[in-house]
Design a protein. Structure first.
Length: 220
């Protein structure tokens, strides 16, 4: 028996590979100018991290959740520590926040604090046992809205938030970029998760994981 000859005789006649075309709805192809600008800012953010001699070639690991990208580096680029209330943008109504996010914002029980909008993010300041906590809400369909850089001393852990799953970032401050016209700032402990079409972020210097998860689960 000639095995090679028999195998050649069984060689199938493969059909011609069809041409693959991807057609997106017109709405998906259109990008809002501010979103394009923020996407460009993310590129600038990575370039800024790589411009620091100690962190050149030292991007160690990348995480992504909704509109937030998290990059672990050896050394943070220059960033300032600023109050949580700084640079949140003008106050907007709840209906305007819903229009901007393309879904209803999640709010704490009781009277809602003022809603602010700036750099593609709806923000509000909460109080946890007398300490300020910043809640940031991003539309999950908008990519590349926020960049976080984590260095040595900052830990990131997966954590459940009710039925959802998120990240708990704690320890040494990390750098966060919020837009093309906002310089990076140092951020404290952060809970990051997704829910109901939103990417959500809770930040507070004295915030613990347990309190952050409890606050997150109370939002309606």
């Amino acid at each position: 028996m000639d095995l090679e000859r028999d195998l050649r005789a069984l060689e199938p006649a493969w059909p011609e590979t069809p041409e693959l075309r991807l057609s997106l709805p017109a709405q998906s192809r259109r990008r809002r100018p501010w979103l394009v600008a923020i996407a460009a800012a993310v590129v600038v953010a990575v370039a800024a991290a790589l411009a620091v001699p100690q962190s050149r070639g030292a991007i160690l690991r990348l995480f992504h959740l909704g509109g937030v990208t998290i990059v672990r580096v050896d050394t943070l680029p220059p960033a300032q520590e600023r109050p949580l209330a700084a640079g949140l943008g003008p106050v907007v109504s709840r209906s305007e926040a819903e229009r901007l996010l393309r879904t209803a914002p999640l709010l704490p029980p009781g009277p809602a604090p003022p809603l602010h909008f700036g750099n593609g993010v709806v923000s509000l300041l909460l109080a946890d046992r007398g300490r300020p906590v910043l809640l940031s809400e991003l539309g999950s369909g908008d990519p590349l809205l926020m960049k976080k850089l984590l260095a040595t001393g900052t830990s990131i852990e997966g954590t459940p938030v009710g039925p959802a799953y998120g990240y708990w970032i704690s320890g040494a401050p990390h750098a966060v970029y919020l837009g093309p016209d906002v310089p990076p700032r140092l951020a404290g402990n952060v809970l990051l998760w997704q829910r109901e079409g939103l990417t959500l972020r809770l930040e507070g210097n004295g915030l613990t994981r347990g309190r952050a998860v409890a606050l997150a689960r109370s939002l309606r």
